[in-house]
Design a protein around this ligand. Structure first.
Ligand code: UDX
Length: 425
């Protein structure tokens, strides 16, 4: 089949590369000329496991353009994979989505518009209406949300838990189902509103689990239990399962923070105060800041203290720093008068961390530091020469925001170690 993908960001590129891998012919369209030029030359603008290989392997079925007409000339399905960032009110900003809809030219044949971007419930209905106003009755509409996580997006796309297809006309849903026929996963067919809500609800549920385990961690600290063991014991209950129970310094990224706000706002706009979700968001905000209190309890005032942030990306396996806890933490530490150094193996913080000394290696970031904070659980940090790290630091203190290090090993190297929700000895 022939697929056009509008938007060459994380979601659009992964969608395009994976459909090409499934044997479809794909044109990826973006408004940014430099991005399209780079992609044409075989450069991949983002760090995503397996993506570069897939783009290279399927070159003959993939092309890139800035032209709407070129992207649409033969397409059976047009995917919308543009950004939907939050506005000041917390609603999703659908400007880029509407631009795509308004740019669609009249086509003689039937095509299906498939929404991959995360949008509020009711968007499909509004798009359907706008297409009607523009006389584009032969453009079908399907909601086909993505559930891919950064770092594992290619694998998540090709081996999903489920494929959700919401349509107004079942025949349009059939076309999108056909695109996925070589993927071995259950397909859930629904109305458009429900498909839109499935995406928002799934994300909100995952965030609820994270904030829940983070609060359990905070109570563990107050009572002397170890959240790592607690999560293991809780997760063995088949009704609960082990996933998304890693306590830490809070979730970040391009999806969770914006999608939770958008769902909360969507509920408010419809006259419902979503109390649980509001609490999930607040717990997450406080969780990022708790590290500062931990450092102060050990070091006293942070004025003039040097704190090394190890990891800047919102999670390992990606260079993405959108809504990363590192940004909040760096800002809070600087506000307390600390000097902040930082290291990340792939994220490029240029322009995002004013006044932070960016180091070329973790050891360099630790030079003269009074404390190290593990912000992102990069595997490199587990393998770090902690004896050497201790020798370089002014004071041997590690606050492990991801509970990734072995406390006994650190203590053997003379460190004070504090995790999240772990008994402090
Ligand atoms: C998420 C969803 O998983 C995905 O389905 C959706 O399409 C987009 O949003 P992503 O943001 O890429 O994907 O990453 P994910 O692995 O889900 O992690 C999100 C954040 O939660 C990270 O900051 C991570 O560190 C944090 N997290 C995750 C925890 O703090 N604890 C956990 O147990 C799991």
């Amino acid at each position: 089949m022939r697929v056009a993908v509008f938007g060459a960001g994380y979601v659009g590129l992964v969608t395009g590369a994976c459909f090409a891998e499934l044997g479809h012919h794909v044109v990826v369209r973006d408004v940014l000329t430099e991005k399209i030029d780079a992609l044409r030359q075989g450069e991949v603008p983002i760090h995503e496991e397996g993506l570069a290989e897939l783009l290279e392997k399927n070159r003959e079925r993939l092309s890139f353009t800035t032209e709407v007409e070129e992207a649409l000339s033969e397409a059976d399905v047009v995917y919308v994979a543009v950004g939907t960032p939050p506005t000041h009110s917390g609603d999703a900003d659908l400007t880029a989505v509407w631009t795509v809809i308004d740019e669609l030219p009249r086509v003689a044949r039937r095509i299906v518009l498939a929404m991959k971007s995360t949008v509020p419930v009711g968007t499909g209905r509004a798009v359907r209406h706008r297409l009607g106003e523009r006389g584009l009755e032969n453009v079908g509409y399907v909601s086909n949300p993505e559930f891919t996580a950064e770092g594992t997006a290619v694998n998540d796309f090709l081996n999903p838990d489920r494929i959700v297809i919401g349509s107004f006309d079942p025949a349009d849903g059939d076309v999108v189902a056909e695109l996925h026929k070589d993927i071995d996963a259950p397909i859930l067919r629904s109305d458009v509103n429900s498909a839109e809500m499935i995406k928002l609800a799934a994300n909100a549920f995952l965030m609820t689990r994270i904030s829940f385990i983070n609060e359990i961690a905070n109570v563990c600290e107050a009572t002397g239990a170890d959240v790592v063991k607690v999560a293991e014991g809780v997760g063995l209950d088949r009704r609960l399962g082990p996933h998304f129970l890693r306590a830490g310094i809070g979730y970040g990224g391009s999806c969770f923070p914006k999608d939770s706000l958008a769902l909360k706002q969507l509920a408010s706009n419809s006259g419902y105060h979503f109390q649980l979700l509001a609490a999930v968001i607040e717990v997450n905000e406080l969780q990022k800041r708790r590290v500062v209190g931990k450092l102060e309890r050990r070091l006293g005032s942070l004025r003039g203290k040097r704190i090394a942030l190890l990891g800047l990306a919102f999670k390992p396996g990606t260079d993405d720093m959108r809504e990363a806890p590192s940004l909040v933490l760096a800002g809070r530490l600087q506000a307390e008068g600390a000097e902040v150094s930082a290291w990340d193996p792939v994220a490029d913080p240029t322009g995002q961390l004013d006044g932070v000394a960016i180091a070329g290696s973790a050891l360099e970031a630790l030079e003269g530091a009074d404390a190290a904070v593990i912000v992102t659980e990069w595997p490199e940090l587990r393998d770090l020469d902690w004896a050497e790290a201790g020798a370089r630091m002014r004071n041997r203190l590690v606050v492990d925001g991801r509970n990734m290090l072995d406390p006994a090993t650190l203590r053997a190297h003379g460190f004070e170690y504090e995790g999240i929700g772990r008994a402090v000895n």
